[in-house]
Design a binder for this molecule. Sequence first.
Ligand code: PLP
Length: 383
Amino acid sequence: MKLFDVYPLQPVTITKASGSYVWNDAGVRYLDMYGGHAVISIGHTHPHWVKRIEHQLETMAFYSNSVHLPIQEELADKLTRLSGKDNYQVFLCNSGAEANENALKLASFHNGRKKIIAFHKSFHGRTSLAVAATDNPSIIAPVNETDAVIFLPLNDAQALADCFQQNGDAISSVIIEGIQGVGGIRVANNEFLQLIRRYCDQYGAVMIADSVQCGYGRSGRFFAHDYAEIDADIYTMAKGMGNGFPVGGLLIAPHIRPKHGMLGTTFGGNPLACAAALGVLEVMESESLIPHALELSNYLMEQLRKIPQLMNIRGRGLMIGFDMPPELGTIKNRLLSEYHIFTGEAKPSVIRLLPALSLSQAQADDFLQALQQAIQTHSITTS
Ligand code: PLP
């Protein structure tokens, strides 16, 4: 049987991973500045995380949400402490799309409304509502088309004001990434997030902070939206939450009340996933990875700004993007094939850096040196 061919693949076979490195099937080591698409938060195969999962596997891998599972409460308590979202409730699921799908649905259950505001270049996942709120018509199947979603330009206060004035009483939710990932590392500015908060309060809409990619410490704060000093009504999480173990979740403000049967999942919140998620939070805390990410980010950005060919260096924490001039468009492939470094991209010419939060300064330096060399040798061969 063939694999359903939906992924354009890099010409590399990865068979081993540790920390910020991965190895191919010939034993060649690669520096992972892409974190398996922002998933690796505490480093590949972190020993504490592995032990946590192994222990849980030996004790009890699975039981369903029809019984009391204390490890879910342990995770909820730890999440409260690290995120600072006191009195929030948690709903556990399996992926980013599922988290957003549930958040949009929950908002609609909560206020009985149907309209959603999302933003240009957003990405919220591939399930029906999540994909409808994603600004990419090529991945929206005819069956997912809906007039429920209104797309507005990011950081455009006037467009937001006009939209609320016209549709205020129909708006169920506003969904926004703190930093757009797939859209090319575009930061939602603080004033804009504060404005969304104010309009949501005024009109009774639910503010959903999509933190699937920019959350879980990646930005240097637990949630990237925290930079605006506001609380969203719902935070959605996945990617870094499990460090590679599939787990997602929603943090839900106390005024949104649950009802039995309102949401549900077979696998969400299973003990193995909870063990993985707890392992991640424990390492984040014991290794102070969030402050480390912030510190290293300042260093990385400062150094990147010294490379004249790179444009619009932006981002927060270890979620960094920059534009490459068209003549250097092949740098990402060269970094991979010649320097054995994985980076991310966003079309048409953005390089995205999404390394593990445990990346060291020496590893950052190796990346910077390789990038400079790749740019220099490119200039030499083409001049
Ligand atoms: N939301 C954001 C901001 C994302 O970047 C992604 C995935 O890239 C998703 C949601 C969807 O997550 P998943 O692929 O786990 O469904």
